[in-house]
Design a protein around this ligand. Structure first.
Ligand code: DLL
Length: 436
């Protein structure tokens, strides 16, 4: 079968040429990074003051790691490598209060990102003849605008509906005969369950493909989505620090996620020792941007765990493939695609005067969607007064959490001493979602 491809010159580039290109772009990236006070200091610490100090790609290992905390500490513009007037957009990470991570883009940066997304879309077999309904949030979340511009570049008819309002999504799908959708896998399952209530059957749709990502999911979940809708679903991996979607994507062969190595240097490291791991071993994904001028990032520790897939893909692309993400090495939770740190919930609770000392964060599956329950102890005297006081408090905590983490959880109020206390390290998160 012929392989659909957007940019054959780059996607099928011989490894040797690809690595030469990487070295040129890595030096350029270091030159950009040196324009920021943060990296000037970090690079000086490892004796690197000039891009030409990098003799070969192996010297990547000399570069310092960058973490999410570094990005937060640099808020808002400590990592900005160009004059503000050259930037045209910024995205911040989801679900954070106080110090989110900020990624600025110049026009060429956005152009490169769009090119990467276009490659992904075409690799998954979609074309200009498709009608594309983008069901992920438009705004700071990169899934909306990221896929939007990629799809327009491919020439698809784009329905920029954004997330939520399932009934409307279903009617748009039927009325405009949508052929490709982009959503989190949990949302697509939820949407399927809602079809009957809207009086719509799968047969009345013309869906043929889905791009699914932004949250961990299993091979079984993918197969389930494929079987329920009678379509192909492709795994899409990305993170806002590396632009967003468009980092790695499955091609029509579904043999792992091709990572665009002309745009990102990829390493898999042992998160304990920080040493690079031999090919095939599972570890933390570390990436260096190769084309982003406004916010270059060196050896960014994603905290995502995966391994490289060996062998060649039948599609013939030379860029290496990542296996499905296995989990994270930190405590970040992903709730219906939104990133949440338990510490953000704790911050809100501890700022609420009525709240006692113990709390528990519980994650459940309700149907195909995640449900976040925050259980918190409050002072005993509050239980004896007007029950409306409790309703008000529940609502107040729920709203405060919504503005902090962008999700309104179910809040439960408990008597002091009623929530489990662990003897060692407090176990604050109970994840009852089925493992995969
Ligand atoms: O989720 C970007 C994106 C949008 C990717 C749309 C794919 C589709 P963040 O909100 O910064 O960015 O969250 C990034 O989500 O570090 C992973 O832990 C997780 N994640 C993203 N894609 C996948 C995936 C976007 N396909 C964080 N499988 C990442 C598993 C994923 N986890």
């Amino acid at each position: 079968m012929s392989v659909p491809v957007w940019n054959p010159a780059v996607e099928f580039m011989e490894r040797e040429a690809l690595e030469r290109l990487q070295l040129t772009r890595l030096r350029q990236t270091v030159a950009w990074a040196l324009k920021t006070p943060f990296y000037r200091r970090r690079l000086a610490e490892v004796g690197l003051t000039h891009p030409e100090d990098l003799g070969s790609l192996r010297d990547l290992r000399k570069l310092p790691y960058t973490t999410k905390d570094d990005l937060r500490a640099a808020f808002p513009d400590g990592l900005l490598a160009v004059d503000l007037e050259r930037t045209v957009r910024l995205h911040t990470s989801s679900g954070t209060t106080g110090m989110p991570t900020v990624i600025y883009h110049t026009r060429p940066d956005l152009d490169h990102w769009t090119e990467l997304v276009a490659r992904c879309i075409v690799a998954a077999g979609a074309t200009a003849r498709d009608v594309f309904q983008n069901m992920t949030n438009y705004g700071m979340f990169t899934g909306g605008l990221g896929l939007h511009y990629g799809a327009e570049r491919v020439g698809m008819l784009v329905i920029p509906v954004s997330s939520g309002n399932t009934g409307r999504q279903i009617h748009l799908m039927r009325n405009f005969q949508t052929t490709v959708v982009h959503a989190t896998p949990s949302y697509l399952l939820h949407l399927h369950a809602a079809l009957a209530g809207e009086g719509v059957t799968v047969d009345q749709l013309r869906l043929r493909k889905a791009f699914i990502g932004a949250e961990p999911h299993s091979e079984e979940t993918r197969r389930k989505i494929e079987a329920l809708f009678g379509i192909q679903a492709y795994n899409s991996y990305g993170l806002s620090e590396m632009n967003g979607p468009g980092v790695a994507f499955e091609c029509v062969h579904q043999t792992g996620l091709h990572l665009w190595e002309d745009a990102y240097m990829l390493e898999i490291i042992d998160p304990g020792t920080l040493q690079p791991l031999p090919e095939g071993q599972t570890g933390e994904i570390v990436m260096t941007t190769l084309q982003r001028q406004a916010t270059p990032l060196l050896r960014y520790r994603t905290r995502d765990l995966s391994h490289l897939v060996s062998g060649n893909c039948p599609c013939g692309r030379t860029h290496r493939r990542l296996a499905r993400i296995k989990g994270r090495s930190d405590d970040m939770l992903i709730v219906n695609g939104v990133n949440v740190f338990p510490s953000q919930i704790e911050d809100v609770l501890m700022k609420t005067p009525e709240v006692g000392t113990n709390y528990l964060i519980q994650l459940e599956k309700r149907g195909s969607l995640d449900r976040l329950v925050v259980k918190t102890e409050i002072y005993a005297k509050l239980f004896t007064g007007d029950p409306r006081t409790l309703d008000d408090l529940r609502e107040r905590i729920g709203e405060a959490l919504r503005s902090a983490i962008l999700i309104k959880p179910t809040v439960e109020l408990h008597e002091p001493g009623s929530l489990p206390v662990s003897e060692g390290k407090a176990k604050r998160v109970v994840d009852l979602r089925p493992a995969f």
